[in-house]
Design a protein around this ligand. Structure first.
Ligand code: NOJ
Length: 573
């Protein structure tokens, strides 16, 4: 789908002068609705209990029917699966358990036929310790891949006792992994020991530590060029972009991120010049920074300072620690924390790059978790996700309200250090009432992960038939969003309720003369808000019914009343 226009080429040449990402977001991205697929759990086509590419192809019509238009897949590449596929042994090959490179090309073609775009996961920062690069590099100083990795001969005193910050790329004592290889006594890892960090250099190399190379030293430059090879390899097979894993961490010891941004500007400039119709999405959690590095979309979710944790129950760590959150029926949450973080990023990136607040992902609890367990509660949260600015990301299964599974064992590294039960968000998609919920024909004990045992568990077939299901609600919200520029990625957003009275949360989306008012009440009590400085001639209800709330426009100050656990959307004239 990539087309390079002469205008785009001229614009590329001007980027460094103009402020980077300004012109690199292709128009389609502004109406992109993403659907994330965790490959082993979506659809098994060959009865081995693990989802695969042919399985996804079988489900493309369903995906299209949701109203999404872009898919993002967690890594599909050859892996040892010590970290769910984020420990790659060969970046240029699809792992046989998912199919072949040809299957992926077929998927791209079948998706494109239906107007769906495809993004892959780019694990820029590390490989598996079993990759041929690492194996070769371990043998000595003068091997082809020797400087693709970082090889300390000791742990410096000033690092002893310090903890690493894996997302930020700051080295701690636990970043040093003891090695018996001839190359050196240690290597630097990124996440698990089996994930040696690729060498993009250090922001300020310490001359006393010979292994700390500058970002423009030959080794780090070779790694940069290799990353571009990987990107070109898959782009030339027809994909539409990448989500970049731990993008903020590639340069080591770079707390102000200047060197990291510089390296990404080099890579993203190359990428946007060659593939001006492609998207680049970062796992960075600081849209201001990632945007200047050349990314078009960044996540604000559970990591880093700029997160949405105060909105959702215990999105980090153990299973259900009693964390106060806004989207909980006890109504004890507050909006100030999130509002401050979000509006800072929103105002800084507006008109430039997009923020995404995803419904979930493979690292965090699903929306349906703890006592957020009713269809009504999930509808309120879904209304929030699909009426906010930026790029919506729906995690597979969230559209039917799949339940987060507690008490699961460690599957392929799912029990991370800070994220204890990632398996609970990675269970098989629930399609229908047949064997294994239609996910696989295998025997139960061969399944990648067990399926929700609740006999009342949601599934696609049931929800298709029910006009009031979460599935149909999600589809309707996406139709509404697609019909309106006010509700689109770049429509304006303003919180119009009083931040000190957090329930209900009321915001306005607008573009030119088009305006929508959204009122959300996740709490189990009726609430109301009067809105200052908002002139309404006429309000047409587009989401919610009379029983869920009203908007009175007679008085000088419009007032919105929202019933317990309800969401309302009005079109304003
Ligand atoms: C972030 C990914 O989302 C996560 O699943 C993975 O374990 C780490 N990066 C390491 O690659």
């Amino acid at each position: 789908m990539a087309v390079k226009t002469p205008l785009a080429i001229v614009a590329m040449a001007l980027f460094p002068l103009l402020g980077y990402a300004e012109n690199t977001t292709p128009p389609w991205v502004k109406s992109a609705i993403f659907y994330q697929i965790y490959p082993p759990s979506y659809q098994d086509s060959n009865g081995d209990g693990i989802g695969d590419i042919q399985g996804v192809i079988q489900r493309l019509d369903y995906i299209k029917s949701l109203g999404v238009n872009t898919l993002w897949f967690n890594p599909l590449f050859k892996s040892e699966f010590k970290d769910g596929g984020y420990d790659i042994t060969d970046f240029y090959q699809v792992d046989p358990r998912y199919g072949s490179n040809s299957d992926l090309v077929q998927l791209i073609e079948e998706a494109h036929k239906r107007g769906l775009r495809i993004c892959l996961d780019l694990v820029a920062g590390h490989t598996s310790d079993k990759s041929a690069w690492f194996q070769e590099a371990s043998k000595g100083h003068d091997r082809r891949y020797s400087d693709y990795y970082i090889w300390p001969d000791r742990i410096p005193d000033d690092v002893k006792g310090k903890e690493k910050d894996q997302i930020g790329g700051v080295i701690g004592e636990d970043s040093f992994v003891k090695s018996t290889a001839p190359r050196a006594s240690y290597y630097i890892k990124n996440y698990y020991d089996a994930q040696p960090a690729l060498n993009y250099g250090y922001a300020n190399p310490n001359p006393k530590n010979a292994w700390e190379q500058a970002v423009d030293a030959p080794g780090p430059m070779a790694v940069r060029r290799e990353l571009e090879n990987i990107m070109a390899f898959w782009m030339d097979k027809g994909i539409d972009g990448f989500r970049v894993d731990m993008a903020s961490s590639i340069v080591k010891n770079d707390p102000d991120k200047k060197a990291t941004i510089g390296v990404w500007q080099d890579i993203s400039n190359w990428y946007h010049t060659h593939y001006p119709d492609a998207v680049l999405i970062s796992e960075w959690s600081n849209p201001k920074e990632s945007s200047s590095a050349g990314f078009n979309i960044d996540f604000m979710m559970h990591t880093g300072k700029y997160n949405f944790n105060s909105l959702f129950v215990n999105r980090v760590g153990g299973e259900f620690a009693p964390v106060v959150s806004y989207f909980a029926k006890d109504g004890k949450g507050e909006l100030k924390t999130w509002y401050k973080l979000y509006s800072e990023q929103y105002n800084a990136t507006k008109g430039n790059s997009l923020i995404t607040l995803p419904t979930g992902n493979h690292d965090i609890q699903r929306l349906n978790a703890g006592d957020r367990d009713s269809v009504e509660q999930l509808k309120v949260a879904m209304t929030f996700f699909l009426t906010m600015p930026g790029a919506p990301f729906i995690y597979y299964g969230d559209e039917i309200g799949m339940r987060f599974q507690t008490g699961l064992w460690n599957k392929e590294g799912s029990q991370g250090k800070s994220t204890k039960n990632r398996a609970g968000a990675r269970t098989p998609m629930q399609w229908d009432d047949s064997k294994n919920a239609g996910f696989s024909t295998t025997d139960y004990w061969n399944l990648y992960l067990p399926i929700d045992k609740n006999p009342q568990r949601p599934n696609v077939a049931k929800e298709e038939k029910d006009p009031r299901s979460l599935l149909n609600y999600t589809r309707n919200l996406l139709k509404l969003r697609a019909s309106s520029s006010a509700l689109s990625a770049e429509g304006d957003w303003e919180l119009v309720s009083n931040i000190n009275r957090p329930y209900p949360m009321v915001y306005l989306r607008s573009s030119g003369n088009e305006r929508y008012l959204i009122a959300l009440n996740p709490s189990d009590r009726p609430v109301s808000a009067s809105i200052n400085n908002l002139k309404i001639n006429q309000a047409t209800r587009v989401v919610g019914d009379e029983a869920q709330g009203t908007l009175s426009t007679q008085a000088a100050q419009p007032e919105v009343n929202v019933a317990p656990i309800s969401a309302l959307v009005f079109k304003l004239e």
